[in-house]
Write a protein that binds this ligand. Structure first.
Ligand SMILES: C[S@@+](CC[C@H](N)C(=O)[O-])C[C@H]1O[C@@H](n2cnc3c(N)ncnc32)[C@H](O)[C@@H]1O
Length: 256
């Protein structure tokens, strides 16, 4: 396992504490899986969002992430998306949650693998980089991450064109109180920018050089102190959820 597949051996420490499952995102995934009884979860990480009571095959390249799986989670197969060690059409559904952007330069091959192993459904949770770029953190403070997201997140419609089957793109608003503290969750928590362990649990911050991170922390702290952040973005404090760019691609390969 080389390159991007090893990234989480460096940045994955502490992931399971800050990136706990969000019940609303779980529900959206379960709705899309509609009763599938066998599921492969690619980029399974510490096991969030894995459906219960199904024959589950978690696929995960990083040892650091595999070690954060709970004792009752299914053991993960150590492999990468672009070469799943599974036969054709061996499960009803394939899912992947916030992992596809790490598969470069083999994202299209990885999506083809999801379609090869699944008979009925492919469910992909990803980010629309055109939408996430307009969130205050990326727009005002972190253009480096907006630029990176444009590079590593294929637009959802592009992913659908790779699947080339009946495909819906659903908006998944990010709740203010989500326990899955992904970078998008910072929309509601500017104070979180100053928290090193919160930053470390997001690959957006974790992939930036120290100088960039220090610059952003300083700028956000200054703007919070001076009231500039409140003046520009204080209206967000009233919202319970926000479209920060999270998307669920729900592809039907064959009818039930
Ligand atoms: C942001 S984490 C998401 C983990 C989990 N799906 C969740 O929602 O909590 C991304 C995961 O993708 C895995 N990953 C990175 N490159 C991969 C690849 N080429 N194939 C499969 N998984 C990969 C990482 O090791 C990491 O566990």
């Amino acid at each position: 396992l080389t390159g991007s597949a090893q990234r989480y051996d460096t940045i994955g420490t502490g992931y399971a504490q800050r990136r706990r499952e969000d019940p609303r995102l779980r529900r959206a995934i379960e709705d899309a899986l509609v009763g599938a009884t066998s599921v492969v979860n690619v980029g399974a990480g510490a096991g969030s969002y894995e459906p219960a009571d199904v024959r589950l095959i978690p696929i995960e390249p990083s040892g650091v992430m595999v070690r954060q799986r709970s004792r009752d989670a299914r053991p993960a197969v150590r492999a990468v998306a672009a070469a799943l060690p599974l036969p054709d059409a061996c499960v009803e559904a394939a899912m992947t949650v916030l992992s596809l952007h790490h598969w470069e330069p083999h994202q299209r091959e990885g999506v083809a693998e999801l379609c090869r192993v699944a008979r009925r459904k492919v469910v992909i949770v990803t980010i629309d980089p055109a939408v996430s770029a307009s969130m205050w953190l990326l727009a005002d403070y972190l253009p480096e991450v907006a630029e990176m997201e444009h590079r590593i997140f294929p637009p959802p419609r592009t992913i659908c064109s790779w699947i080339d089957r009946d495909c819906a793109v659903r908006v998944v608003p990010v709740p203010r109180d989500t326990p899955d503290e992904m970078l998008l969750s910072f929309w509601a928590h500017p104070e979180r920018v100053a928290d090193a362990s919160a930053r470390a649990a997001t690959s957006g911050f974790a992939r930036q050089p120290t100088e960039v991170v220090e610059r952003v922390v300083r700028a956000v702290e200054e703007d919070l102190q001076s009231g500039a952040w409140e003046r520009r973005h204080g209206h967000l404090r009233q919202l319970a959820e926000y479209d920060a760019g999270l998307r669920l691609i729900d592809a039907t390969l064959a009818p039930r």
